[in-house]
Design a protein around this ligand. Structure first.
Ligand SMILES: Cc1cc2nc3c(=O)[nH]c(=O)nc-3n(C[C@H](O)[C@H](O)[C@H](O)COP(=O)(O)OP(=O)(O)OC[C@H]3O[C@@H](n4cnc5c(N)ncnc54)[C@H](O)[C@@H]3O)c2cc1C
Length: 292
């Protein structure tokens, strides 16, 4: 186990990342860490830093694609309950970075905390959502964020307040190594009305996503407020495929992978879409999905 010796209870070698990402392909993580406490996490981060080993965070794996060669260094996954705590105080909610976004969305609706119901249907965890400022066409998570606690690459814990945070379309200034927790503030509304709105939004969102069970990812940012899916359709690319990866019929900004798909197929399809949309419509599409 080398520089991570003594942490065998929460670190293993050669973990297939296909088991932890939505596309279900890609190679191995050299080390896979699921720290059981803040002390474990700090030790992993500090030792990796001292050793010069790369460290990455993986949340729900819905916005990450792993190359077939896998990744060197440590991939950290905050699955332990200590990283998923949720506490409510009046209009404020404090949530661990490992908490599922879907839990937070439904808890907010049932407590009468308005806004988050608009994010129903977005997979992943709170840390992943904050890192990329996840959202819908009408709202994103950054707009309710009033603070966050992060861990830097050297293992230092830093508290960042609202004045210190910036959010833009699918991007945030929360780019430290680990988002440990975040605090949100909401307006109050009727829980029943919010729950109903959440259910209606969920039905609409699901109709625009790949079907349940498909291995998929949302690929591009919407450039300048125009939807990437409409640009891809306008370029005549709906249904296009390379190998076992295809552009989704329901929403052209998703790509879906069939069993046996390889990361290279996806990367080639991304290149094809970017070059066709640029040639035909003069728009440069920027990937939202991260490629490891
Ligand atoms: C079916 C489907 C529907 C989707 N719909 C939407 C949508 O409507 N709107 C939208 O915005 N996105 C959407 N996405 C994209 C994706 O779900 C979001 O970007 C989501 O917020 C990613 O969260 P995650 O936990 O899966 O992050 P991951 O994919 O695990 O990671 C994404 C990034 O966040 C970082 N990260 C994860 N956890 C932490 C942490 N604790 N601390 C620091 N960094 C961290 C990772 O290192 C990585 O850089 C969709 C994806 C799919 C597959």
């Amino acid at each position: 186990m080398g520089f991570l010796s003594g942490l065998e209870h929460c670190v293993r070698e050669g973990e297939p990342l296909s088991a932890h990402t939505w596309f279900r392909f890609g190679g191995l993580a050299q080390y896979w860490a699921e720290p059981t406490s803040l002390e474990d996490l700090t030790a992993i981060v500090k030792r990796s830093h001292d050793e010069g080993a790369a460290v990455r965070l993986l949340g729900g794996g819905s916005n990450v694609v792993v190359r077939d060669a896998g990744v060197r260094g440590v991939v950290v996954h905050l699955s332990a309950p200590v990283f998923s705590q949720i506490s409510v105080q009046g209009r404020r909610l404090k949530v661990g970075g490992g908490a599922k976004l879907s839990h937070v969305v439904s808890m907010c609706a049932s407590r009468g905390l308005a806004g988050m119901e608009q994010l129903v249907g977005i997979p992943g965890v709170v840390g992943g959502a904050l890192h990329g400022n996840a959202g819908s066409h009408v709202a994103d998570i950054g707009q309710w964020t009033v603070g966050a606690t992060v861990m830097t690459r050297t293992g230092e814990i830093v508290v960042r307040d609202a004045a210190d945070l910036q959010f833009s379309h699918r991007d945030s200034s929360l780019n430290e190594l680990v988002i440990l927790d975040a605090e949100f503030e909401f307006e109050q509304d009727d829980p029943q009305a919010l729950t109903q709105k959440m259910q209606q939004t969920w039905i609409v969102a699901k109709a625009k996503q790949p079907t349940i069970g498909q291995y998929a990812g949302c690929i591009f940012k919407d450039p300048g407020g125009v939807s990437a899916s409409s640009l891809i359709e306008d370029a005549g690319l709906k249904g296009e495929r390379i190998g076992e990866v295809a552009i989704c019929e329901r929403n052209a900004n998703f790509m879906v992978a069939e069993p046996g798909a390889q990361c290279d197929d996806l990367l080639s399809l991304i290149d094809l879409v970017r070059s066709r949309v640029s040639e035909q419509l003069g728009v440069d599409l920027e990937p939202q999905i991260e490629i490891w």
